[in-house]
Design a protein around this ligand. Sequence first.
Ligand code: FAD
Length: 433
Amino acid sequence: MPKKQKINILWFCNYLRIKDNESLFNVMQEELPFLALYIFDENFFSSTQYGFKKIGKFRAQFLLETVLDLENNLKQKNIPFLKKFGQTKDIFKQISKDFEVKKIFFQREWTKEEIEFENQIKPIFPDAKWVKSYSQLLLETHFVQEKLDKIPLLFTTFRQKIEKDFKIRNEFDSEQLVYNKSILNLKINSDNITLKTLGFEDFEIHQSTAFPFSGGETAGLQRLNSYFFETKNLSLYKETRNGLIDKDHSSKFSAWLANGSLSAVSIFQEIKRYEAEFGGNKSTYWLVFELLWREFFKYTSMQFRNKIFKPNGISERKYECKSDQNLINQWINGETDSDFINANMLEIKKTGWMSNRGRQNVASYFCKILKQDWRIGAAYFEEMLIDHDVHSNYGNWMYLAGVGNDPRSRTFNAEKQAEQYDSDQKFRNLWLK
Ligand code: FAD
């Protein structure tokens, strides 16, 4: 039998970028050649326990665009890239027939399903070394550990301790490195993957969407440049962020952040560059403040692990709920007795997007007024949202259900919120007409 070629693998999951990519930076320093890999695992496109898909059509489209952009960027660097659809373990088995894999470079994950994936692969390459990085985080874990013995329940405590002497690492210089090795005998071909492959029909982007953007690092960096340097909207962020309609009412970075095509560290460094050039103000501070919320939910889930999926959440406070499929359907279809809730629910259904203000209101309504199992609402969001991020989604849902990081367990008054944030009814008219 011919000797198998020794290679490393760079397994792309939720860090779909070449800029500030620690794993790419590290694998480039190795002597062995490497194969970059992305798998559309078919399990992500089937239904979960509540009958929703893990990834719906809006995020699927965004992901296809993202992976295509990554493929183009890697091609320009002559990095061999394999894009597959199927069962992750079958694809790794196929690779193992032709190659001896020495190291697998990977983003560290800590939620249940992501760990299960890793565990499926380990027996296929029992001798391979896993080299993991925390590419999704803004704050380095050792810095957070230095500041806090454990992650506090309250965001304010977390933020105050962290902000005191904020340390953010420099970006990894991954995109500048030159690659000149090659893989012989790559017999496996990339798949041609479309929305149809993933189980969806083609669709048109809704003309009224507040998120009219494409997926991919290139589009993400364009958005960053436009929101900061071209329009200087960053200087108005605090005043505009609660708007419901316009693409510039908030940064809209979340979808690129969620699949890692934008790095939180790069955004932070660009805020600092912007402040140096145009001056800082409440708004430039507030975007960092919001990025810390994202960070807080990531560290919270790292500490509490699978508790974030349990009915009583991390607080272990009893969550009383009923089970009424009619009420759930009315909520999903925008047929409740609140027109503000309905407008928001129609927006997410038609576009895959909803503002933070909208999300807070509809989640509070689902938990406190309809009194349904908050995990069903979270699972619906998981399917629909273009920007779904497991830590932010389940963290925010727990918070609004009163089983998370908010000891007060407040209820949003949708009518008052509508008066305050949609006094001219423009938003409601847009979706209810
Ligand atoms: P901006 O206002 O421009 O904020 C900049 C960035 O800060 C965001 O991109 C995001 O990364 C972070 N951020 C802002 N607010 C929050 C917050 N409350 N929690 C965590 N991070 C925040 N965000 C997701 O990225 N994915 C989700 O799946 C998700 N699910 C949510 C579910 C509920 C019930 C609620 C109330 C909020 C959820 N959020 C989620 C948080 C928030 O609504 C979105 O991050 C925000 O609306 C995205 O728009 P933006 O990028 O324009 O935000």
